[in-house]
Design a protein around this ligand. Structure first.
Ligand SMILES: Nc1ncnc2c1ncn2[C@@H]1O[C@H](COP(=O)(O)OP(=O)(O)O)[C@@H](O)[C@H]1O
Ligand SMILES: [Mg+2]
Length: 298
């Protein structure tokens, strides 16, 4: 077993036994992790920074979170944390490593699976390989409250699969018109394919609350009118130069600059999320079992 896997197990057991790390407003109950895909229409809108810092804040609230870098081609969660990834999904699929061995830990012992060349392979595996992968992911998800997938931007086949397989999809947009129209396009395509997909909006890089609200309203109104779909707003993260400074230092902004506006926003957002989290029952077709089944269905 690697050091990272040992650290992960330690973290999981400490969260289990330390009641101070569990809050009243409990997250999803049951034994299955809640699967969240974080995505966007346009690239470069702040998905990876959001995923990472949101995960860290959820962890601070006592939740057990696994971050999974599923951005095929542009995987970089490890770079944002300043951690050199040794292993990724590729090693799992090649049966060189087990799931607990490819899980590494970042700052605050945040468990994560690095992206890599493995993901495209995931969609062309033999039945036997799929079964192996399914068992591995189910085992690890038992110990988690949330699994957050940082997906690629746009409408690739892989990204759409991750989104439709997840329990919910957080769509990140900025106030720029191109980001807004691309976010709506993404929602529309996914909704047409899977009308039960659940979305929530995050407006990143807003100059203030008003701009965030206006941005969200544009998407919500169109979705309501043309898709008859309600997309609740999870919150916004301010445009804040500390984010870019933290990226350059390869440290998550919520750790490097905990008092910055962006950090305060994401703290508030994570708290609100835990208070309004969707409940997933262990026997529901969603959760990790439903996720794996849908992800791999051909
Ligand atoms: N809230 C923010 N305020 C200021 N700059 C931001 C913010 N969020 C993201 N950025 C900038 O955008 C860049 C891209 O962010 P990233 O999370 O890598 O986007 P994506 O994963 O969507 O491609 C960051 O390196 C940072 O410079
Ligand atoms: Mg990214």
């Amino acid at each position: 077993m690697t050091d990272q896997a040992a650290a992960l197990r330690e973290l999981i057991s400490s969260l289990r036994t330390d009641p101070s790390k569990q809050t009243e407003t409990s997250g999803p109950s049951g034994k299955t992790a809640h699967i969240i895909a974080v995505t966007s229409g346009k690239g470069g809108v702040g998905k990876s920074n959001f995923t990472l810092n949101f995960a860290l804040e959820l962890q601070k609230l006592g939740r057990r979170v696994l971050v999974f870098d599923a951005d095929i081609g542009m995987a970089n969660i490890d770079v944002l944390m300043g951690v050199r990834s040794q292993y990724n999904l590729f090693h799992l699929l090649k049966r060189e490593k087990s799931m607990s061995e490819i899980i590494q830990t970042g700052p605050n012992s945040l468990p994560f699976v690095a992206g890599g060349s493995g993901l495209t392979e995931l969609f062309s595996l033999s039945e036997e390989d799929l079964l192996y992968f399914t068992r591995q992911i189910e085992e690890i998800a038992q110990d988690m409250d949330y699994v957050l997938f940082d997906t690629g931007a746009g409408l690739s086949k892989e990204t759409i699969r991750f989104i439709t397989a997840s329990d919910e999809c957080i769509v990140v947009t900025t106030p720029e018109p191109t980001s807004i129209t691309d976010a709506y396009a993404l929602v529309k395509v996914v909704h047409d394919l899977e009308s039960e997909a659940r979305f929530r909006l995050v407006v990143n890089r807003a100059s203030d609350y008003r701009e965030a609200q206006q941005t969200a309203d544009k998407i919500r109104l169109v979705a309501e009118k043309f898709l008859r779909l309600d997309i609740p707003v999870l919150g916004h993260v301010s445009d804040d130069p500390h984010v870019s400074q933290a990226v350059k230092k390869q440290t998550p902004f919520s750790i490097r600059f905990p008092n910055s506006q962006a950090s305060k926003d994401i703290q508030e957002l994570a708290l609100r999320y835990t208070q309004h989290s969707l409940q997933v029952r262990a026997d529901s077709p969603k959760g990790i079992k439903g996720f794996v089944r849908k992800l791999l269905k051909r």
